[in-house]
Write a protein that binds this ligand. Structure first.
Ligand code: ZN
Length: 414
């Protein structure tokens, strides 16, 4: 009788232990391996409403697992430009307008702030940059270069070519040639058929026509959605340590930025803005669909600033532009694949994003991280770039229990 009691006790203990692992594993955060960070340049909340007024149905807000706000400003102004705005998002610091990933006011002589893409590469992640702007635009620059001014396009291109990143795609610029790209180990692509032919394992530099923001661009131009899908396909292949992808929809800003009263055709400005929002929205949907299917990918969508001071006009019942430039308004944040990244409707600082991502990926680094300025700007990253970060004992134990939990859940699902 005693031995029967012992057996029952043992069986019950094992069942309880299994239940505990399942519950604790389910309650834990989803293990994120891949990050897709998407920037709708100049996209305020009312840009979404304007696009809907123009007849588009949007995925972005309705499909999000979590929504919040980002406070935008730079070190030099309450209204940021794209260079300082993207630097806050990529390096976790505020710099003066026009600066790209440098410490402001000589606070760190001989050092540069590490870009989140550089940190991702150090952790062995694949890295990609995709934009509908030229590849030297302020936003892609802030994910791939350090320079005192966004106007230093040659310097930006030179650093991108030596970055070691897996893909850099955007509208063409005169500062990158096919031979330069190929000399740095990139396949050089200039049209949609070249893009479609790219195979996993190849690094590529894309220089496309500049109408990729449109829903139906010229035949040789990939849309932002196609670039997003293809870049995910390439980066996710053989990505043992995951990937980091930045996607920018640049033309929400460019069109909203047009001077209000300089004979711009106002209805077509509204229509073009709405088309740029929809084009970006399709790219977001593509990324979110991948995240949902993958289960270990987090997509964050936000803007560097608002452009155009769009608000609702009672008498016309329309969302209308009230500025010809950037504003200091808070911009929306949408998350897919990590519903607990922050509290619903929270307002964050634009500098907060690198550390939100770092914490979720289990990185030990906290931004801003200061690195010595390389002796030669064209040098390749050091040998550490290929080494994944070492996990602590607790991280290894947590990963082990997560695997057991995943296994049990799969058993019950069958
Ligand atoms: Zn911008």
């Amino acid at each position: 009788m005693k031995s029967l009691k012992k057996i029952i006790c043992a069986v019950l203990s094992i069942i309880m232990l299994f239940c505990f692992f399942c519950i604790s594993s389910a309650a834990e955060e989803t293990q994120i391996r891949n990050v897709i960070f998407m920037i709708g340049d100049g996209m305020g909340y009312n840009h979404l409403r304007l696009a809907e007024q123009e007849g588009y149905t949007l995925f972005m807000e309705q499909g999000a697992d979590l929504a919040g706000w980002s406070r935008t400003r730079s070190a030099s102004s309450s209204v940021t430009d794209s260079a300082a705005g993207a630097t806050a998002l990529s390096c976790g610091i505020r710099v003066a307008n026009r600066q790209v990933c440098v410490f402001p006011d000589d606070t760190h002589p001989g050092e540069t702030p590490r870009i989140i893409t550089e940190n991702a590469a150090r952790h062995g992640m694949h890295v990609g940059i995709v934009t509908s702007d030229k590849t030297t635009g302020a936003t892609p620059a802030a994910y791939s270069a350090h320079t005192s001014s966004r106007d230093n396009e040659k310097d930006i291109s030179s650093q991108q070519l030596s970055s070691g990143f897996d893909l850099i795609w955007g509208a063409n610029t005169s500062t990158v040639t096919a031979s330069q790209a190929e000399a740095n180990g990139f396949v050089y692509v200039t049209n949609v058929s070249g893009l479609r032919a790219l195979e996993p394992g190849t690094r590529s530099f894309g220089q496309f026509p500049s109408d990729g923001w449109k829903l139906s661009p010229s035949k040789s131009t990939p849309t932002l959605e196609e670039m997003t899908r293809k870049s995910i396909e390439l980066l996710s292949a053989d990505a043992a340590n995951g990937f980091f992808l930045m996607v920018e929809g640049a033309h929400i800003d460019k069109i909203s930025d047009d001077t209000l009263n300089n004979a711009v055709d106002y209805p077509s400005k509204r229509a073009d803005t709405a088309e740029a929002v929809k084009s970006f929205d399709l790219a977001v949907q593509a990324a979110a669909e991948f995240a949902r299917a993958d289960g270990h990918t987090m997509v964050i969508v936000t803007a560097d600033h608002e452009t155009g001071d769009l608000y609702y006009e009672e008498n016309t019942m329309e969302y209308t532009f009230h500025s010809s430039g950037h504003t200091g308004k808070n911009v929306p944040v949408f998350v897919y694949g990590a519903a607990d990244l922050f509290a619903e409707d929270a307002a964050m600082d634009n500098r907060d994003f690198p550390n939100l991502i770092a914490a979720r990926l289990g990185w030990e680094e906290r931004f801003p991280v200061a690195d010595p300025v390389p002796a030669e700007p064209t040098e390749t990253p050091d040998n550490d770039t290929e080494k994944p970060a070492k996990q602590t004992l607790w991280q290894r134990i947590a990963a082990f229990f997560r695997k057991i939990g995943d296994f049990i859940r799969r058993l019950f699902r069958r």
